[in-house]
Design a protein around this ligand. Structure first.
Ligand code: GLN
Length: 200
């Protein structure tokens, strides 16, 4: 079983757990205390409110734990506010975990009314269109170094990958579609295979 943690300080935790529960061989768990992070195979940082999440990460003293796991190659996926947590740059604000070479603009599509759903093809993830749900979503202004852009929507970057890190502006956990979660789980499987090869 793959142990996939969902950071459960605030935000869309239950929705991620529910989707993960539908994928075979995955054991999803909420993670909140330092000891919960031991032995994880992958970690999801959910959507919510990034300023609140950032403060809670400090209060629960989890920043260094997550940064250390990321640097050791743990696959981590941030959705929406989770993507903001991963970014090295946030337009007009200090960064939180400072892990991904992306510069993000919060609430880039305007206010709550600017929330929307669309269908798009993300070739690296699936060969058929995927439903994408945006809620007060950030977008990515700029990527540097080896960040791979997985999807642009109206000239705005909304999905990226950099080594073990994945980030999406949208919420696959609200789209009633398993494909982005399955993509992340495959990334976790590959990461385990690669570390086994390295150990030989
Ligand atoms: N607007 C939120 C923020 O900036 C993110 C929204 C979300 O996660 N759905 O933190």
């Amino acid at each position: 079983m793959l142990k996939i943690g969902v950071l459960s300080l605030q935000g869309g935790v239950a929705e991620h757990l529910e989707v993960l529960n539908q994928i075979p061989d995955v054991f999803p768990l909420s993670v909140k205390k330092k000891e919960d992070f031991v032995d994880l195979d992958g970690l999801i940082l959910p959507g919510g409110e990034s300023t609140t999440l950032g403060k809670l990460l400090t209060i629960f003293d989890l920043k260094d734990t997550i940064i250390d796991l990321a640097k050791r190659g743990l696959p981590i996926w941030g959705t929406c506010a989770g993507m903001i947590l991963l970014a090295k740059e946030i337009d007009g604000e200090d960064s939180h975990l400072n892990l991904m070479d992306i510069s993000v603009k919060r609430n880039g599509y305007g206010n709550q009314l600017a929330s929307f759903k669309t269908m798009k093809l993300i070739p690296k993830i699936s060969d058929a269109e995927i439903p994408l749900v945006f809620i007060r979503a950030p977008y990515i202004n700029q990527v540097t170094n080896d960040v791979e852009v997985l999807l642009e929507l109206d000239n705005k970057i909304v999905a990226v990958e950099q080594d073990n890190l994945l980030a999406t502006s949208f919420h696959p956990e609200l789209a009633e579609d398993l494909r982005v979660h399955e993509y992340f789980i495959n990334k976790v499987r590959k990461s385990i295979e690669d570390s086994l090869k390295m150990a030989k």
